[in-house]
Every structure is written in structure tokens, then in C-alpha cells.
Design a protein around this ligand. Sequence first.
Ligand code: ADP
Length: 247
Amino acid sequence: MSEKAILQCEDVTVSFDGFKAVQGMNLSLEASGLRFLIGPNGAGKTTLLDAICGKVKPSGGSILYRDGIDLARRKEHQIAELGIGRKFQAPSIFPTLTVEENLELAMKQKRGILATLRAKLAAAERERLAEHLETVGLAGRQRARAGSLSHGEKQWLEIGMLLLQEPSLLLLDEPAAGMTDRETEKTGELLQEIAKDRAVVVVEHDMEFVRNFASLVTVMHEGRLLMEGTMDQVQADDRVAEVYLGK
Ligand code: ADP
């Protein structure tokens, strides 16, 4: 495992009833930075994220995290505890609670839900919560019911909740899907910001979004790594054009 890598997928295969959704996939991530994972529908992108976070188990290969912990051998909750956060497309927030209450819950998730809400936050925790509200662009919205937020705001709230778990690696599925142009732009900026001190992997179909915010792109096709590079390199690659356009 290279010195700076926080995650190294080596020869990862995931099978569903004999069908290899991911086959012999390699992926290496540095401790910080934003990586986009692209590829045609069915390429295995979501399955790869599922394998990293333990939602599905690889049938082969290893997923080495930090100093060599093999995630392929860990359970989903253990992987979460190791500092890997996963966000799905639909936000999992508590709609009847306020923004602030959702964040409080995330902050103290391990203490049990009801006890958490009733307990007062320490001053330092309040400060941290306020910082997070600012980071995810929800300052001033803390008393709003989560269910009343715009689609974009709900996504940012969930990202804020995930950040409070202090993940070293964050995996996101199309975080800007269904957003307005302005919300999409804010989401890209937010991802770039949070990727400054952790690794962030984003599965994305919106190529304009990728072009605007990606530094490094990994392209998957038929469960395998097709290529990796900057968006310019990816766009200039004949193999990529072929799998996207069927040329
Ligand atoms: P992507 O995210 O790149 O669109 P997926 O990882 O969702 O691709 O899917 C890769 C392939 O694996 C697809 O052919 C899909 O139908 C199949 N697949 C995904 N999940 C399952 C599952 N739970 N059972 C059977 N097949 C699955």
C-alpha cells in the first residue's frame, strides 16, 4: 500500500448470483481529495461503494484502509466506526425535527436517540454545531423543520450530519441529482471544501458537474477500471467515448 493512500481496492470482485457486477477492480485514494467515479449505467460504481462501506461483501480481492485494515473482512457497522461515511441519493434525515436537532442527533448518535435530544450540548459542541451549519450553508436555518427544507438543503443537512461523525472517507451517490443549477454549484463547492481534509468519492452521472469540480476521475466499465485521469484526459480518451457513445 502506498504511503499516502487511505484506501486501496485491489482486484475487488463482487458477484450477485454468479454475475460479476465488479470484477478485478483497483482503486487507490489519497487521504484527501475529491474523486469522481463515472461510467455508463450498470458499470458497477454503486456496487463498488457498497463493497467499500460493507453493504455487500466482495467475493474476491481486498479493500485496504489506512494501515492495512481489510474492509472486505469487516461488517458494515464496524466499517462506519472506522470513519467511513456513506450517503445515498435519498437523504436520511428526520423531517419532523429541526435542522439543529438533526445535527445534534448526528453528533451524539452513539448515546441513544431520546437521551441525546434531551441532553444539553456542551458549549464546545454548540460551537462545533454552529460551524457545521456554516460549512454546509445552513446557517440561519437551524430552527427550520428538516422536512420543510429545499431538496438541496436536505442533501446538505445530511452531508453535515455525516461530517459530524468525523469520517476520513466519505462516499456519495449523485449528491447533486435533482438540484437547481445554483444548488449544484454550491454542492460542488461544498464537496471541494470538505475534500481538503478527507477523501471524498462521488458517483456522478452529470458530466458538467464532474467537469466543473473534478480534479481526478475514475472511469468504470463492465465492473472494471477503464481509465483514470483528469477530466480533460478522460474526455480525450477513445475508450471512454466508445463505452459512452457506443462508437
Ligand atoms: P452503476 O452504479 O455503475 O450504474 P451498479 O453497481 O448499480 O452500476 O450495478 C452493476 C451491475 O450489477 C448492474 O448490471 C446491476 O443490474 C447489477 N446489480 C447491482 N446490484 C445488484 C443486486 N443486488 N443483485 C443483482 N444484480 C445487481
